[in-house]
Design a protein around this ligand. Sequence first.
Ligand code: GLY
Length: 357
Amino acid sequence: MPTLQLDLGQRSYPIYIETGILSDAGFLFEEIQSSHLIIVTNTVLKALYLDTLKVRLTQLGKRVDEIVLPDGESEKTLANLEHILTKLLAMPASRSACIVALGGGVVGDIAGFAAACYQRGIDFVQIPTTLLSQVDSSVGGKTAVNHSLGKNMIGAFYQPKAVYIDTNCLSSLPSREFSAGMAEVIKYGIIYDPAFFTWLEDNQREIQDKHGPVLNTMIARCCEIKAEIVALDEREQNIRALLNLGHTFGHAIEAELGYGTWLHGEAVAAGMVLAAKLSMTRGDINSNELKRIVDLISVFDLPTEGPQNMSSQAYIEHMQRDKKVLENTMRFILPIGIGKARVVSDVSKDELHSLLN
Ligand code: GLY
């Protein structure tokens, strides 16, 4: 039985969250009819999981091919998308083939976008291996590559056929990346679920110790919240925008430092604190709530401030560039207490200068 279901009518799909799925779950790929699977992964994950997965899928009677990319955010490019598409054409992969994205957010985003483009769309499955991709990017169908003029600017909403989350993968995840994923976990508590925020405070030790059942509960709650939000607003017309808490400031930090210098989750953590401080100046959050947010973020060794020498002008320039590409207003997600948030587009430059200086 899947742990959860994302309800999108005919495009609904199951999300499985279990320990050891890759090595021994009987249900793996039950819903995938295709007899030709193409695993897209990176060099690091190839060494860790590719052989196990290939053996299991071959035992299921599937033809299995692989496409291996170099590791890193800098690889989420149009050039690598073309590389994947060329490989698919050369195989050749037919319209009934299915792509398997085995990896973190970069692999999931580029493999999903390749699936959306190849022969106008073939099936794909997500097997996310990082905490960040397990709680956020593998669910909800956002696929993309980066462009030199903007992150995630070329992409599509394209839903997978299933998501398989094996929490065993987290044992090999570097601790910095685990922490970065915790930023997105904390985000769900701030924007949507005060009881979950309290649960995170109460279980911080077990989470740090990567206690299996606690991680499963935590990841399941994040996916449940994400599934609820995406089912209401798949194409981010309203409530889905709340999932971008901390991202306006965070993207500015990533762009200023160069993508990959701070991990996405680290920039989002600092961005969430800045958003909470902005809320406090507007009377939407009190000092105790701000302290709880800062304390929980600090527990996971995440930054609670932007880079030391980043000026308010630099933030504003990056955010305005984003604004020009995305829409005409600079948009912020601001928490209202803990457990609710709203989209705000009337933040003045003066407010930003006084916050960021
Ligand atoms: N990562 C935010 C979203 O999927 O909407």
